[in-house]
Design a binder for this molecule. Structure first.
Ligand SMILES: Nc1ncnc2c1ncn2[C@@H]1O[C@H](COP(=O)(O)OP(=O)(O)OP(=O)(O)O)[C@@H](O)[C@H]1O
Ligand SMILES: Nc1ncnc2c1ncn2[C@@H]1O[C@H](COP(=O)(O)OP(=O)(O)OP(=O)(O)O)[C@@H](O)[C@H]1O
Ligand SMILES: [Mg+2]
Ligand SMILES: [Mg+2]
Lengths: 256, 256
């Protein structure tokens, strides 16, 4: 039975897509069967895994509205055991179109449940908002992984995100768990970054991954080649950090 | 007559709020009368200008739904001629609640028009999406300022943003202009950054500001003190860049 993890934070640019793509690829490199679901109209996870945006005919938008089956949408990637459920820009319209539908928060859950047996991990890359698409992801997921940039604005938004997770847990998904908080873009020369790390570890303790993702230019270069960083520069600090994170996610699961 | 500028980009974390707060503050330091409207449920422009989120009773959410007058919401900041129209987290609900209202795209325009005579510049800080709040901002604005991070994913999203601006111009706001594209978080040690700058200048020419905002830690520290960077460290490269940008925005207006 695969584990469904929503990668979520309404703060923009904190490393949601970078974490989804590279954690998924690192687990797939270790022979796990992994699916990435791109739920962001920007479709960055789609292009980050080498799929040209213009080439996608059927994706999460069509599947959410019931116009396509998941099997028609899911594509292969450069890694054998890593599959992608791509996004298209018309996903922006889904937020408005789903509003008046019945059980609008459950659409993604209904779509994803049948896929659970085919994968060890299913990651959902969320857009930077707390709207209907993100609520769908939180309703469909077993747990939430929160990338947190070591910056002030990102820390400020954390309580709003935790509140939304609580709301979803109480009304839509009672077993929703916190997979963990991942500190990203850490620059050791920056005092503020150290303060954010201390604050977050002090407050959330074991819920914070011990792996910290450093700011590393290879992580921002690899998407322009449509590759996860381990296929672009596996020796880089960025790639090594995500491989270490994959080990930590696996170890936590064994302990649970 | 004040000029209304929407600071907009659906890509997250590209420097929308940092640009809104620091460009507005730089113009205010030059005796211009400036209003910042926070249209993002994260309310980062609100806290970046020193207003505690919990203290805001009436803000853009209440005004958009007609439950409050602008005069009841607008507050002063540390700079005499800089005012703030604060946001609250319930702005997230506005996206859904406005969907079924009549003339839902015009709500902000109706709210902002009467304020035009009181200010020289009105800046609207947009959330990282192309939903109803951003469409409201594009409908109310005279022009759009697009902060663009010198990274691959940010460049990739530009065409989707330009399409949306075209759509709004053809159906909701025929005089919507491009104020300019601002290159942000530029790190000269990063090859990709240079490539992005060359690509964007090659493609958009005069529409790109000659001022480039460097990556500068003072810009990410100043929000934790609730101050624009010119009140935190005016000599920093970040602050100097935004003062230079303010001069460029003023010069462009004189030439127009
Ligand atoms: N550890 C890192 N070091 C350097 N650059 C990074 C790192 N993580 C992400 N980036 C870059 O920072 C930018 C933001 O990251 P990313 O797009 O993954 O964030 P996001 O949270 O998915 O953004 P959005 O809110 O728009 O969905 C991207 O250009 C990415 O390549
Ligand atoms: N030039 C810069 N140098 C260093 N840090 C910066 C710079 N500009 C912005 N930042 C920091 O980068 C982060 C993202 O910037 P900001 O929040 O302004 O982007 P945004 O586009 O408003 O994000 P969102 O999409 O969430 O609204 C913030 O933590 C900010 O302090
Ligand atoms: Mg993303
Ligand atoms: Mg912002």
């Amino acid at each position: 039975m695969g584990r469904i993890i929503a990668v979520c934070n309404q703060k923009g640019g904190v490393g949601k897509t970078t974490t989804t793509v590279n954690l998924a690829a690192s687990l797939a490199a270790g022979e796990k069967r992994v699916l990435v679901i791109d739920l962001d109209p920007q479709a960055n996870a789609t292009s980050g895994l080498g799929v040209q945006k213009g080439s996608v005919q059927l994706g999460t938008y069509q599947a959410l509205l019931g116009d396509a089956q998941p099997a028609q949408c899911i594509v292969r990637t450069a890694l054998d055991t890593l599959h992608l459920f791509p996004a298209t820009a018309d996903l922006t319209a889904a937020e408005v179109e789903l509003v008046s539908e019945l059980a609008r928060e459950m659409r993604l859950k209904r779509m994803v449940e049948p896929l659970r047996n085919h994968y060890d991990y299913i990651f959902i890359d969320c857009p930077p908002s707390l709207g209907l698409l993100t609520v769908n992801a939180l309703t469909a997921a077993d747990s939430v992984l929160i990338p947190l940039q070591c910056e002030y604005f990102a820390l400020e938004g954390l309580s709003q995100l935790i509140n939304t997770i609580e709301l979803v847990r109480s009304s839509l998904n009672t077993t929703l768990d916190l997979e963990g908080i991942l500190l990203t873009m850490f620059d050791p020369r920056n005092n503020l970054a150290h303060q954010v790390v201390d604050d977050v570890r002090g407050h959330f303790e074991k819920k914070v991954f011990s792996t910290v993702i450093p700011r590393n230019v290879r992580l921002s270069e690899s998407p322009s080649f449509g590759k996860p960083v381990l296929l672009y520069d596996i020796a880089s600090r960025g790639s090594q950090a995500y491989l270490q994170l994959a080990d930590e996610v696996l170890a936590r699961r064994e302990q649970a």
